[in-house]
Design a binder for this molecule. Structure first.
Ligand code: ZN
Length: 120
């Protein structure tokens, strides 16, 4: 990718809210960007389009959303199994699993709340 393409990508990303960092890339000495919570060098990363950047970088916020979704799915599965569970042992294992999922879910929800507060 030519340096002109890189500049164009940088401009486009900044228009979408990316910030230019004061430190330069340790590899090429070029500008470093921070976009959706992720720091990277537009030149060394080899990205050619904003779409490519967006599909590759997963911001911390998206991670929480994904984790929350997975946890809810796990909870639903465990609940369904619990209804048909026979015996103490099976029920105990399911309840432990439910408890763990709820504990992580609680943390996820707390982090999301913190994030929404920091975003104002
Ligand atoms: Zn670089």
């Amino acid at each position: 990718m030519s340096s002109r393409d890189t500049s164009r990508l940088v401009v486009e990303l900044m228009r979408r809210g990316a910030t230019l960092l004061s430190e330069s890339c340790p590899t090429c000495g070029g500008v470093m960007l921070r976009y959706r919570g992720v720091t990277f060098c537009p030149r060394c990363s080899g990205f050619t389009s904003v779409e490519e950047v967006e599909s590759t970088l997963v911001a911390p916020g998206d991670l929480l959303e994904n984790l929350e979704k997975v946890l809810y799915e796990g909870l639903r599965d465990d609940l369904r199994s619990l209804t048909g569970a026979k015996g103490h042992e099976e029920r105990g294992a399911l309840l432990r699993s439910l408890k763990e999922e709820l504990e992580v879910l609680e943390i996820v929800l707390r982090l999301k709340e913190l994030r929404s507060k920091s975003e104002g």
